[in-house]
Design a protein around this ligand. Structure first.
Ligand SMILES: O=C(O)CCC(=O)C(=O)O
Ligand SMILES: [Fe+2]
Length: 362
């Protein structure tokens, strides 16, 4: 039996047949190759559900993943979800399949050496995120209000990882914090400068998350993420509408921890010389543990900011409401807690010439 025979477990054309005769051989093949990543018995039960369900009929694998995501079945049928993401991320030739799976191995060790089922599921989610991103791009609902490129990925990190980040951020020495009027921040990776960045090593606990964002390949290979700004907001704190400007490569990725917030986007009304006012055009609800990516016009044209309030009322201006789960509905109020955001960006590297200039200036 070929190594990838188990692919046919999720071949929708065979579901009817499998509903009558379960594909034990294909499942065995999976067990032999990747059994240590799966609860095979549970998977078998979940596959029985899949083969007999109308919901999954004639759905190609990517549709299955999307359907499971939207209906929160990724947790209910988590072994099956893991299988779907595994199959979707293994290219069809064996050589590259080996490479693909080595990525899963890499992820498996990136934060901790032990690997529970929950974490592995989120790793599977990670592997599929590239596809989700591409799909979101095509999704008219998502673009209803939002101009150009904004991607929102709920549950990008697990609860454990969220706690891990918050503990690490809280335990850094006091001088690392920079206290502003309405929030505090930490700067990791070096101080961005108009002439580039003199890089500083990002500590391992943080680098794992930078690498994870990097693996989504939303940054070009020439401008991979190398800088993290950590903002801490207490309830009632926020950030004035602003553009991140030219110090950074124009892509922002943000991991959200501890609390939701609402990020507003403003259309700046400019004269030739200055911005005279701005008009709120979209808002995104950033839930705990989610990842947000902003690119293109969402970086260069629209200012972003967070209001200084303690509660957010969810209304029709929230453009990503369909991605926020069934509990988030128009009209509800969400109370803010302390929020830690990791803003992961690229500061183009300082050239030798620029480095010399910087040194001279000092
Ligand atoms: O905390 C956030 O999500 C936004 C932070 C931000 O816009 C910035 O630091 O430039
Ligand atoms: Fe910003």
């Amino acid at each position: 039996m070929g190594k990838l025979e188990f692919f046919s477990l999720l071949n929708s054309e065979l579901y009817e047949k499998y509903n009558k005769v379960f594909p034990d051989n294909e499942l065995k093949c999976l067990d032999e190759q990747y059994g240590r990543f799966f609860d095979i018995l549970r998977l078998k039960n979940e596959l029985h559900v899949l083969y007999s369900s109308e919901d999954f009929k004639n759905k190609p694998i990517f549709e299955i993943i999307k359907f499971m995501n939207l209906n929160k079945l990724d947790l209910e049928l988590k072994e099956e979800y893991k299988l779907a993401t595994l199959i979707a991320t293994i290219p069809s030739t064996t050589a590259s399949a080996e490479r693909s799976f080595s990525a899963l191995k890499r992820i498996k060790t990136y934060c901790r050496s032990t690997q529970g089922q929950d974490r592995l599921s989120s790793l599977a989610i990670l592997s599929i995120e590239k596809i989700i991103l591409d799909d979101l791009k095509m999704n008219p609902e998502f673009y209803d209000n939002v101009d150009d490129a904004a991607y929102y990925i709920p549950n990008f990190i697990t609860e454990e990882q969220e706690t891990y980040i918050m503990n690490k951020v809280n335990s850094v020495p006091k001088p690392k914090w920079c206290q502003l009027k309405n929030r505090r921040l930490q700067n990791w990776g070096g101080i961005p400068h108009a002439k580039g960045l003199i890089p500083e090593i990002i500590p391992d606990w943080l680098k794992g998350f930078v690498d994870r964002v990097d693996s989504l390949q939303v940054f070009p290979r020439t401008n991979r993420p190398n800088h993290v700004l950590i903002n801490e907001y207490l309830p009632g704190q926020g950030i004035m509408p602003h553009l991140d400007g030219s110090l950074f490569f124009p892509t922002i990725s943000t991991i959200n921890c501890g609390s939701h917030t609402v990020l507003n986007f403003y259309n700046p009304l400019k004269t030739d010389i200055e911005v005279v006012s701005s008009e709120k055009v979209y808002s995104l609800l950033l839930q705990r543990r989610s990842l947000l990516i902003l690119k293109d016009k969402m970086y260069t044209e629209y200012m972003h900011g967070i209001e200084e309030v303690t509660n957010d009322i969810i209304d029709h201006k929230i453009s990503n409401i369909t991605f926020c789960g069934s509990k988030v509905q128009n009209g509800i109020a969400l109370t803010r807690n302390k929020r830690i955001s990791l803003t992961i960006r690229n500061v183009p590297r300082v050239s030798k010439l620029n480095l010399n200039l910087l040194m001279i200036k000092k």
